[in-house]
Design a protein around this ligand. Structure first.
Ligand SMILES: [Zn+2]
Length: 87
């Protein structure tokens, strides 16, 4: 008897095969959600035929840079805050 895991493996393999041969002609931009009601804060272009994410806006690399910039600014702000309260 097949288990859920086996069926899922088979499904994933078939989807991968489809995505590899699909020309991704019909695509649509949509918000990426990491959970229902929680936008991931970026958009993805998904192929309507094979469901592959073709593009991301901003890209993973751009999102990483933005995040690092944000952390640096927070650290700067924090240091400034410490100086101000020390005076
Ligand atoms: Zn496709």
């Amino acid at each position: 008897m097949e288990t859920y895991k086996q069926l899922q493996k088979e499904f994933d393999k078939k989807v991968e095969e489809l995505q590899n041969i699909c020309p991704h002609k019909r695509k649509q931009w949509m918000d990426k959600w990491w959970a229902i009601g929680h936008s991931a804060g970026y958009q993805v272009q998904v192929c309507l035929r094979c469901n592959k994410i073709v593009k991301e806006k901003p890209t993973a690399e751009e999102r990483k840079k933005e995040f690092e910039k944000h952390i640096k600014e927070m650290q700067k702000g924090c240091r400034k805050h410490i100086k101000q309260t020390d005076i």
